[in-house]
Design a binder for this molecule. Sequence first.
Ligand code: PLP
Length: 367
Amino acid sequence: MCASKDHSIWRWFDFFPVVDRSSIVSLGEGSTPLIHADRLGEKLGIKNLYLKNDTVLPTGSLKDRSNSVGISVARELGFTTAAVMSTGNAAASVAAYSAAAGIKSVVMVPAGTALSKIIQARAYGATVVVIDGNFDYEVAKLYKAAVEEFGWYDCLSSNPYRDEGKKSYAYEMVDQLDGRIPDWVIHPTAGGTGIYAMWKGYQEFLSLGWIERAPKLVAAQSEAAAPIVAAFEKRLADIEPIVARETVAESIQVGNPVSLGWRALAAIRESGGTAAAVSDEEILEAEGLIGRLVGIFAEPAAAVSVAVAKKLRDAGVIRPEDLVVCNLTGHGLKQPEAIHLSHKEFMPIAPTLDALRECMKARPEWN
Ligand SMILES: Cc1ncc(COP(=O)(O)O)c(C=O)c1O
């Protein structure tokens, strides 16, 4: 289908809205592993469970797919500063791609954002502004006013160039599964760009006659921030904004996905898919299982896809033989403090075998 040596998303250059190849801003994003998670699949009762491991993208989250395209367009259009408001992952990604493009970046994050994400954005040279206010309303209002005032290139998910990059999920899955189409693709969902863009990507391949059907798409959310699930269940055409509550899945703690929420809803419905929400407890359980049974450290927001796979399997919506892909959208090191470990575990011991034997007895994971 595509014999290019380029393993980044840019091997699909013709599908992206960039005019000149010299504008491309790339850090090698794309072609992330699609892993057959057999032990996790056995545990969940899903034989053909695959994990799309986007934790290995350049800045550790799915945002690199979209910002590589978005910032390439910014360069093509001659912008000198890119901006975004973010729960953290987009901030780091916009900062990194701006650095790669040689332009400035300003990122706004709500107070309480994981320090590791803030430090990451700063390390790429961004001006990081932490705002004491509600993300969906106060931060959003200030961000909008600032973009207008300063004339920054707006990297929010409403930027149409940005979500184009996430179409690459669909292209890569078709390629990696040798043309087999998943029955379900489950995506941790906040603004809805991933769901909408994947659907668009599959539609493009369908219209080219490269595939014969598309998967059912599932929006996976935290119960504390599930406006898309609520709208889907109420059969609404658009989202009713909510005030999101705190959740361990902080990267997808979005209550007002205004720009693409309705398009994600349409994509879910057209695909014959569904939307489901899970509790913090279920999310942390899934994060642990992905770590121990697969060997991938995913952040809680990413683990939401696996938690929802379990929920849908338990409810009989997903059948045992279905081919299911869960997108793992962010690295666990983004928010390591989500995993609660006793400090006692890390108390230094004497450098003797006796002390080691005692120590091993006290380790629940060893016994
Ligand atoms: C880790 C992670 N997963 C998933 C998402 C979902 O984004 P979207 O619904 O816009 O595809 C985000 C971003 O908000 C994220 O940071």
